[in-house]
Ligand binder design. Structure first.
Ligand SMILES: O=C(CO)[C@@H](O)[C@H](O)[C@H](O)[C@H](O)COP(=O)(O)O
Ligand SMILES: [Zn+2]
Length: 198
């Protein structure tokens, strides 16, 4: 029974990845181009999300600033989900809804990218960060699911929406991580070219 359940999760995750390959290839390629344009113009990526998506934001920033699979100079990215002093101060003195937007207001410049991660598309602190990013003339790359929620509604034509076609948070997160790795791989290939053995 337990083993069947575990196996089913592998099958469901694999099925979703096949389905998402159809719908997400184009927006992920658009996101690579948006982030590449930002980075090559001297901009940076600010990444945010709650819970598992906070981990995804950190994961992305680590691969950007450190490296992904190949040697290259570090690329500019900051996870807004990481600094506990900033997060607790802003949540305590203002509101939890402002933990990311305050940082976007402080750190964001026109042409920077906000990588906004929310499986429901409805986290109000991520939504508030998007609103401030728009005020700052930043580009938003949103990783969502469940139809995109309020974040889907808030995005502009010039933003990129990577919306996983599924209703379950865990499955959506699994595709978000794959999308993040596709972003890192796509940017490395554009910056460094294809590898001989690829
Ligand atoms: O990782 C998980 C569930 O798989 C949780 O920590 C999950 O990320 C949290 O409940 C988040 O608060 C959900 O926020 P969101 O994805 O709806 O924006
Ligand atoms: Zn999770």
């Amino acid at each position: 029974m337990l083993q069947q359940r575990i196996q089913q999760q592998f099958f469901d995750s694999a099925d979703l990845k096949y389905a998402a390959a159809e719908t997400l290839t184009r927006p992920i390629a658009d996101a690579v181009n948006a982030i590449l344009g930002c980075i090559t113009s001297g901009g940076k990526v600010l990444a945010c999300g709650n819970g598992g998506s906070a981990g995804d934001a950190q994961h992305f920033a680590a691969e950007f600033v450190g490296r992904f699979e190949r040697e290259r100079p570090g690329l500019a990215a900051i996870s807004l989900s990481t600094d506990t002093s900033i997060i607790t101060a802003v949540a305590n003195d203002y509101a939890f809804d402002q933990i990311f937007s305050k940082q976007v207001q402080a750190l964001g410049h026109p042409g920077d990218v906000l990588l906004a991660i929310s499986t429901s598309g409805n986290s109000s602190n991520v939504l508030a960060a998007i609103e401030v990013a728009h005020d700052k003339e930043m580009i938003v790359v949103a990783l969502t699911g469940k139809g995109g929620g309020k974040i889907g509604q808030a995005l502009k034509e010039t933003d990129v929406h990577i919306c996983v076609p599924h209703a379950r948070t865990a499955r959506i997160q699994e595709v978000h991580l794959l999308a993040i790795h596709c972003l890192c791989d796509g940017i490395d290939v554009q910056l460094l070219g294809e590898q001989e053995d690829e």
